[in-house]
Design a binder for this molecule. Structure first.
Ligand code: AMP
Ligand code: MG
Length: 286
């Protein structure tokens, strides 16, 4: 008999993917499937099977928030262009009820955002109790694009590592479970995905001529990612590094991470704040 797809995890996704400080990021195989011994079809099968559980766990979180609970979850997605951040939102987050999701994409700061400190827009987007927050890019751009493009002098951006950790410790202490995912796509796969964006009129909207400039700085970005992972992976806000050349694997892996995070909150259904039997009797008599 075929193995149940979940048995094809040889290690729990969070163990297989959690960043170990000092690991050499340049040695990462972006086409690997850490912890997963199955094939694409098995992965897709497991992901589909996880959908209802993920949806129920998210609904419990939402119900918890509606009844005075203070927990929330924040999924942070980082990755270069074409790494598949949008696909994770569509295919993984898309399995839960959208009314419980607070999604925010972070681009070049607007004029208004520039008038405030860089965490202002981030604080404003934090998930309220009961919500699943999803950041497509995040405050970590402060040690990525800002660093690589020299938008701030080193004296300034170097301070951000400690600031980010303090900020996330504060967010975690307020009841938010933080799950940070770095999607790592290889240079070759990125080239193919950009080529596809140029080939297909339905993908032109995703293409930005600046994406090529980023490609010319890939070693600098990799070094910035390395230091970001080493300096901002903490107990309360660990980084998970997900090889992203195989989209099906990245989506499965994030599904597992998110499901595991929600499970760890261990939230039951909130008890009724009314007398159920009395209400049944009233309904019957109505
Ligand atoms: P996209 O994710 O494709 O919509 O692109 C968003 C763009 O915003 C990327 O090129 C990021 O590098 C850029 N971006 C995000 N945060 C910042 C920031 N704090 N400063 C400058 N550029 C940023
Ligand atoms: Mg882009």
């Amino acid at each position: 008999m075929a193995k149940k797809p979940e048995k094809l995890w040889t290690a729990p996704a969070d163990d297989a993917l959690r960043w170990v400080r000092g690991t050499d990021l340049t040695a990462l195989d972006q086409s690997a499937t850490p912890g997963w011994s199955g094939k694409k079809a098995d992965g897709e099968e497991l992901m589909a099977a996880r959908g209802p559980e993920l949806a129920e766990l998210q609904e419990r979180l939402f119900a918890h928030g509606r009844t005075g609970g203070d927990r929330s979850v924040l999924l942070v997605l980082q990755g270069l262009d074409t790494a598949g951040k949008g696909g994770i939102v569509r295919h993984v987050v898309g399995m839960v009820d959208p009314q419980g999701v607070q999604h925010k994409g972070f681009g070049v700061p607007t004029e208004e955002e520039q008038r405030h400190d860089y965490l202002w827009r981030v604080r404003n987007a934090l998930p309220r109790p009961g919500y699943l927050g999803v950041f497509d890019r995040s405050h970590h751009e402060q040690v990525l694009v800002v660093r690589v493009n020299g938008l701030e002098p080193p004296e300034t951006w170097r301070k951000h590592f400690d600031e980010l950790n303090e900020f996330e410790a504060e967010v975690a202490a307020s009841g938010t479970l933080i799950v940070k995912v770095a999607l790592m796509v290889s240079a070759d796969e990125q080239k193919e995905r950009l080529a596809e964006r140029l080939e297909r009129p339905d993908k032109h909207w995703k293409y930005n001529p600046g994406d090529i400039d980023v490609r010319t700085k890939l070693p600098e970005y990799l070094a910035a990612y390395q230091e970001m992972l080493d300096r901002t992976s903490t107990e309360v806000a660990p980084w998970y590094v997900v090889p992203a050349d195989r989209k099906w694997y990245a989506r499965l892996a994030v599904t597992e991470l998110l499901t595991g995070a929600l499970r760890s909150l261990d939230l039951g259904w909130p008890p009724a704040d009314f007398d159920v039997e009395a209400e049944k009797a009233r309904l019957a008599a109505s």
